[in-house]
Design a protein around this ligand. Structure first.
Ligand SMILES: [Zn+2]
Length: 307
């Protein structure tokens, strides 16, 4: 029998224990834990395993740092400063970013699915932020989709051509960079089809790349575009001047990313070195941000914007 289906995850373990296919089989002690880690035996697979095998912390030597590292990383702390503060090697933090990122991505999906209850968002906004990998000669585009209530539904990272100022130097050093912005946005919107309604209202700025891409993925949706206003001096380049901003949800969310994810700060020497770590770091922030928004809505007794 397939191992994954009966004893490969925590969810499978719960079902296995209920049906009697998996039975309890003692425990083993662990430092700092009163009760020890429970062990199990799977009858169909004839396999012994413990709860530790199924957790994302499996084989970690310093699991006690996990929660501190997560909170520091989503509080505008760089990887090397986190390592210095927690008192571990930078390599430990680098590995943890990757593991936390995978875990947070999964947990975020579960959290949103639980909140949406099979329904889909009716009002969403999207935009792209710009950052870079190592140097401004290698710019990255970061399309982000949020709901009207500022839940971050998804993001992607892709390469884009450099700013005209850096064009010659970038081409001399790295060749002509591909412009994947349309492909990336389409991929992102397609991946969010289960969370965004077919007839949703989608808002964005007047970038010429957007209308056709939105039409392709959501032919029934209403796409509203707005003139992109100048940014406030203190708005981290994202919050706009003037009073009412129809794209407030996305602009505020991007400003929050700029303020709290250290590598997205403006005017900093704290930069992304690897694209995959940027994605992991963002998932760590997004998971906590979405839980914060959902908690706020629950506390106020406000309904989610879904149908
Ligand atoms: Zn099994």
């Amino acid at each position: 029998m397939n191992q994954q289906s009966c004893c490969g995850s925590k969810h499978a373990l719960k079902i296995g224990l209920k049906s009697g296919q998996v039975i309890k089989k003692g425990s083993f002690p662990r430092k700092g834990k009163k009760r020890g880690v429970p062990r199990y035996y799977c009858k169909p697979c004839r396999r012994h395993f413990s709860l530790a095998t199924l957790l994302w912390t499996y084989y970690q030597k310093k699991r006690h740092i996990n929660s501190t590292v997560r909170r520091l990383l989503l509080s505008n702390m760089s990887l090397s400063r986190t390592a210095a503060l927690v008192g571990v090697n930078l390599k430990t933090i680098e590995l943890r970013v990757q593991q936390l990122g995978t875990m947070c991505q999964k947990r975020n999906a579960e959290c949103i699915e639980k909140a949406f209850k099979g329904k889909r968002a009716t009002h969403v906004q999207f935009d792209e932020a710009e950052t870079f990998e190592k140097t401004k000669l290698l710019p990255l585009s970061l399309p982000v989709v949020v709901s009207n209530q500022r839940l971050i539904l998804g993001f992607d990272v892709c390469s884009m051509p450099p700013h005209p100022v850096y064009k010659d130097r970038s081409e001399a050093k790295y060749g002509v960079l591909p412009d994947d912005r349309i492909k990336s946005l389409r991929k992102l919107l397609l991946s969010l089809k289960s969370w965004i309604g077919d007839f949703a209202e989608i808002k964005s700025d007047e970038c010429p790349r957007y209308p056709w891409t939105v039409k392709q993925v959501f032919p029934g949706a209403t796409h509203k575009t707005y003139y992109a206003r100048r940014a406030k001096p203190h708005g981290l380049g994202e919050l706009k001047v003037g009073a009412f901003d129809p794209l407030f949800a996305i602009n505020h969310t991007l400003a929050k990313l700029r303020a709290n994810v250290s590598r997205l700060n403006r005017r900093t020497w704290n930069t992304t070195k690897r694209r995959d770590r940027l994605m992991s770091h963002l998932w760590i922030f997004i998971e906590s941000h979405n839980r914060y928004i959902l908690r706020g809505l629950r506390r106020e007794g406000l309904p989610l914007d879904v149908a």
